[in-house]
Design a protein around this ligand. Structure first.
Ligand code: NAD
Length: 706
């Protein structure tokens, strides 16, 4: 767990508990005992807590948050107090990362030194929590109110240089073979000082107007934190640090932490945290499936997505070749890529030299022969099976053996695309989201014949380009867009039945969605949805009202934001209600024999969300997604579902599956033939709801068995 070496009167406590020196109960007990023992050792003048791993410490063991073991004594606040109260000075020597509880331990030390590349932060707020082991009390005392508030409320880490400038660390050393010597020298120097102890208890938070500052800060973050509980608790706790003796502040902080731990928001945060850890564990892919080497990338199609994908790879250091059908399109695409990096440099995000060097890594071609050396080729041409077929036939002829052939298709059958090649095992879907260089989500689509090492490669590459890869199977729309379909369908149908776009969007945005259905359709382009539906006519023909309003908008040329009119009228980017939509909807309702009525907010929410969740159940049953957390990651990171609700499947568990089943059944019965068409509960939903098992528990049990 850790070793102790004594050198020149300094005890080096070197943590060595892979993978991240988690501060679990065993570690806390052993550390507390050793610190107490070393405190009474006359030979020892100071202690250093350091790490044998590339990371200082990842903080608390979040598994203990689920089991309740985090409260077992000594808990983390106790460990911090044991360090703070030690009669010998304690120094934290930070390399790599010190996050959450780890930084709280470091804050309880008398001194902190770090390597230049170290990162330090209190990310608890991202889990719907506050730093509960003294972080909100000690950090403001050490770095001042303003820096501490920003760090705690953002949850973002700071780097070595900044940490030194704000007083978070006392010295910064290069992360080389001399690091330990520098640390030892520092500890020796400190131990020779007259009074080397520096307890936070003796410090106060220095600020001329803490209340005024916190009031202003609260006001500034209000738009982003309106639905969240943790920010307010963090601010209250920081205020306590300014106004109360430390022991009282610590008690208030601990109570705040305990309260937050039991909130749906914190459960949601932890669910997503674990989901991210799990999502790269893919059935049938093992450690033996070594990723292939990817050093060069090609992108087919330099349109919206192709450019974004190219930018993503370029900024991660890959050379990228773009292929187009015509010189004009190619030049335009390359120009847009160059402009992106120029803008980044003008905004100060990149040096001009670096921007130029990155952009110079992009090349263009009209010939497949030039892609013969590419390790990974991603197709992002038009969404048409004929176009994709032609491209993959050409790739099969020209790509080198072992090259990975990927498609960015949003809806088309990847197996059909793979079948035109002689190497379907090398074909995979890499479904980026728009804007591809911004959105973190990457749906990795596994075809029937995709080789496990190709999937392993996709996961490795995704991490290098800083994406979140979630592996899914082949079906119409994969996971994200398949769940989107019922959601959009209901949003549109509700207009026929009497709701307005604003009413629907207000309810969904009130729930926490980044954008309502109608605003989202206007942003994506009404024509985009209409084209997708044209391809699917046969499958949706049994519902003559299916997206009737959207189809009418398309006929009227109301294509959304790009034409200034869609479900709304746009004044700049501001959306304004348009009474004409009510007339269009009423007219269509009349035509289709749909009775119009007042629709309340609760119905809007249930009608939009529950069929989406129901689709998630079908997807899980069909094993298109491996686990509910995968669906949640996709919806939180690709579709603006509020992360504080944990994603649609977690939300379903949180409100209770029996409620969803009951309401699905209710709408099935109350909406006539329309209800019968679209509100059939998924068998898995029925099974779990009637047996009182949560989705989470069901999948946990499944995991245990496998
Ligand atoms: P787009 O129309 O902006 O760009 C397509 C580009 O491909 C055009 O520049 C076109 O000249 C080029 N092209 C067409 N046929 C080609 C061929 N045979 N060889 C080489 N280049 C060819 O389209 P887009 O929005 O970038 O979408 C591209 C793909 O990405 C589609 O499959 C789409 O479904 C998918 N996708 C789009 C989005 C989105 O939000 N736009 C999101 C995810 C996935």
């Amino acid at each position: 767990m850790f070793s102790i070496t004594k050198k020149q009167g300094i005890a080096l406590i070197e943590l060595n508990s892979p993978p991240v020196n988690a501060l679990d109960l065993k570690m806390r007990k052993a550390l507390s005992a050793s610190i107490a023992e070393l405190g009474t050792d006359d030979e020892i003048k100071a202690m250093v807590i350091c790490s044998a791993l590339p990371v200082f410490c990842g903080g608390a063991d979040i598994n203990e948050f689920q089991t309740g073991q985090l409260w077992e004594k000594p808990d983390l606040p106790d460990l911090c107090l044991a360090i703070e109260n030690s009669i010998k000075p304690v120094i934290a020597a930070i390399v790599g990362a010190a996050m959450g509880g780890a930084l709280e331990v470091a804050l309880a030390c008398d001194y902190r030194v770090a390597s230049e590349d170290a990162v330090m932060g209190l990310p608890e707020i991202k889990l719907g929590l506050l730093p509960g082991s003294g972080g909100t009390q000690r950090l403001p005392r050490i770095v001042g109110l303003e820096v501490a508030t920003r760090m705690i409320l953002s949850g973002d880490p700071v780097k070595g240089e900044y940490a030194l400038s704000c007083g978070l660390v006392d010295a910064l050393f290069e992360n080389d073979q001399d690091f330990s010597t520098h640390v030892l020298d520092f500890a020796t120097r400190v131990s020779h000082e007259g009074d080397p102890k520096r307890s936070c208890e003796d410090m106060t938070v220095k600020h001329p107007d803490p209340r005024g500052f916190l009031r202003e800060f609260r006001y500034q973050i209000a738009p982003k934190s309106k639905n969240l509980v943790a920010p307010e608790r963090c601010l209250e706790s920081i205020k306590a640090a300014c106004e109360l003796p430390m022991v009282e502040g610590l008690a208030q902080e601990k109570a705040g932490f305990a309260e937050l731990l039991d909130t749906p928001q914190s459960r949601a945060g932890r669910h997503l945290f674990f989901a991210e850890r799990e999502c790269t564990k893919i059935p049938g892919v093992t450690r033996a499936d070594q990723p292939r080497d990817i050093t060069s990338v090609a992108v087919i199609g330099a349109g919206t997505m192709g450019r974004g994908i190219a930018i993503t790879f370029l900024q991660a250091g890959y050379p990228v070749a773009l292929l187009e059908t015509a010189q004009g399109a190619l030049e335009l695409g390359l120009e847009k890529v160059r402009e992106h990096f120029q803008r980044a440099s003008q905004k100060g995000r990149l040096s001009a030299d670096r921007a130029e060097a990155i952009a110079a890594n992009a090349t263009g071609t009209l010939s497949y022969g030039d892609l013969a050396e590419a390790d990974l080729i991603i197709e992002a041409a038009f969404e048409s099976m004929d176009v994709k077929r032609q491209i993959f036939e050409a790739l099969d002829r020209h790509a080198k053996p072992g090259a990975i052939l990927a498609s960015n298709t949003s809806t088309l059958d990847l197996d059909e695309i793979a079948a035109v090649t002689s190497r379907p095992e090398d074909v995979i879907g890499l479904h980026f989201f728009s804007p591809a260089n911004v959105m973190r989500l990457l749906e990795v689509v596994r075809g029937a014949k995709t080789a496990p090492d190709v999937i392993a490669t996709a996961i490795t590459v995704a991490k290098k380009i800083r994406k979140l890869p979630v592996t899914v199977g082949v079906c119409y729309g994969f996971v994200g867009n398949r769940m989107l379909e019922p959601y959009f369908r209901e949003g549109s149908r509700l207009l026929l039945e009497g709701a307005t776009p604003k009413q629907v969007d207000d309810v969904l945005e009130g729930f926490g969605m980044a954008m309502g259905i109608h605003a989202m359709a206007d942003l994506a382009g009404v024509d985009v949805g209409a084209r997708v539906r044209q391809e699917r006519r046969s499958e949706i023909a049994h519902d003559p009202t299916y997206q009737a309003v959207q189809d009418r908008l398309f006929e009227l040329g109301r294509l959304g934001q790009k034409t200034g009119r869609g479900s709304y009228v746009y004044e700049g980017r501001t959306r304004v209600e348009d009474p004409e939509i009510v007339q269009i909807s009423a007219h269509l309702a009349d035509f289709h024999g749909v009775k119009r009525r007042e629709i309340d907010d609760q119905e809007i929410l249930e009608r939009c969300l529950f069929p989406l969740i129901n689709e998630g159940f079908l997807i899980l049953e069909e094993e298109i997604a491996t686990r509910p957390g995968d669906c949640d990651l996709i919806w939180v990171n690709g579709y603006g579902f509020p992360n504080w609700r944990g994603g649609p499947m977690h939300y379903a568990d949180e409100i209770g599956l029996s409620q969803i089943l009951e309401r699905m059944t209710h709408y099935r019965q109350s909406l006539g033939t329309y209800g019968e068409m679209w509100f059939t509960p998924a068998p898995l939903l029925e099974q779990l709801a009637t047996s009182g098992v949560t989705l989470d528990a069901h999948f946990d049990a499944k995991k245990e068995k496998s």
